[in-house]
Design a protein around this ligand. Sequence first.
Ligand code: ADP
Ligand code: ZN
Length: 610
Amino acid sequence: MTVTLTDARDELRRVFGYQDFIGKQAEVITQVLNGGSALALMPTGGGKSLCYQIPALVLPGTTLVISPLIALMKDQVDGLLQYNIRAAYLNSTQTINESRQVRAQFLNGELDLLYVAPERLLSGDGVQFIQQQPINLIAIDEAHCISQWGHDFRPEYLKLSTLFQHLPQVPRLALTATADAQTKKEIIEKLNLENAQITVDSFDRRNIRYQIFSKENTRAQFLEFYQREHAGHSGIIYCLSRRRSEETAQWLESVGLTALPYHAGMTTKTRQRHQEKFIREEGIIICATVAFGMGIDKSDVRFVAHFDLPKSIEGYYQETGRAGRDGLAANALLFYGLGDAVNIRKLLQDSTAPANIRRIEQQKLDALITFCEANDCRRALLLKYFGEAYQAPCNNCDNCITPPQMQDGTVIAQKFLSAVMRSRQMFGVTHIVDILIGKTNEKIQKFSHETLSTFGIGSDIGASEWKRIARQLISNGLLQPDEQYGALKITEIGSKVLRGERTVTIKKEVKKTKTTKADRVRKPRTDPSAVLNEWQAAIFEELRAERLQLAQAQNVPAYTVFHDSTLIELAKALPTTEAEFATIPGIGAGKSERYAAKFLKIIDRLREAE
Ligand code: ADP
Ligand code: ZN
């Protein structure tokens, strides 16, 4: 008996309550049902899990899911159990008794999905054990963990080939949201996917709004934005250092918000506790280093903010991608300032890596700086970086929403450059700005800089505006800060501008004024209830409260009971029967059986009260 895509779609409707496949799911699933292997490159939120979960349900036998996410496996499996899917996991966090039970279930053919950590599978009798039952598919989740390039490298992944040698006939499906060419190449090589079908979905995350803020007072700027758009929402703030993540969390607590730090310097236990709290509770802001995030499938992260510059565009895309997995509107904010531009330019110069690695580092940093300083569609730039064509405008990034005003900055640049020149290229930005605005202080007096012809020639422009200009001149390579003290040196491009052989365009910085009254009365754009009318929004809140109770009683994250998007659909459709209830996207038979009575009762009560 062959299983077709139609069977798969029927199962999708029955079990998950979704009408049809999204993105490239159908293509991947078709390949797997035909017994072929595949590599699926899809963005976060692109629906990767269903690519193996649906085959697991319709094919005879068990699907083996290899996952590095030990701390999250329980949540993943709990999520499936909510749908009455026969799933279990084996990893080192279990007691002997628990794993014995799972093994028995597997051997009795009672599992459609078995999640395993690679170290577990490849040690002891793991491989022999697996061979005792028919395996219909090996899904390798987070397949980029096999790549030594990224910071998610897991050496155990390299040993998976042993498993494949023992199960040569079983199709393999590797899945990842990391799209760069190098990683892709490594996945294909190391997972022996040379003959596999390669499916690449668009990496556009339409619901994420990309915004870059000119950094002045990051905390104040963030708080203003948060209060305007995200009050009560869950979000992630990425910081460069462990200390910064601690300090940021403390500061947020001190202004009355709920925040937790997360970084590699904390004990595993504390880290796990914070992660769990973030996933299970609502309205927590996690202040983290890049150590945080892989596999976090919390669907209602409404914003990701970078207080410090990410390491690369890849990093930025991956980190911001953790927002809005549920497809509802989300924000990605990056704070970028003079210090960042200086640091990048220094890094570009200082690298001691071998020439070929250094070239790659330089390209990456250049791309990042270009992205930060860009005047046109950020989304188009991002996607182009990943080799995807995109027709701007996207109307959902800062530059598309409020196109920056450009002006000829040649004269302004010449003023700045000549102040650098006349003070003999021995000073950093702050001092040059003091010269330009004619500020007398100890340092100015010590070097007699008040006698320079450039002293005070820029007093018509404020110090903070001069710093923004300096940032652009540095970013655009007119000035290079030296590695030790950050003294600015004029580059070849800078000299040309100074001699009038080249012009410069700079951005007029439009400062966002204080929150206007219109801002305050407008419903936050990212609030799910913004798509509901007042009555529906009230219902949504009641359903949400019920969901939280049910989730807590079972000790599972709220979104594994129902996603926000499902609650929104419920509040709109107001089903009256269990059959109607089951057809709401994201519900399906199992969850309907569990929850229809409770939710229908609430809906009935509210309908009558209206
Ligand atoms: P990924 O693992 O690629 O990040 P997920 O598998 O977690 O993505 O899916 C992202 C979201 O999309 C989830 O909320 C999931 O329920 C939803 N989803 C997946 N497939 C479909 C579908 N066919 N129709 C509607 N929603 C879907
Ligand atoms: Zn855009």
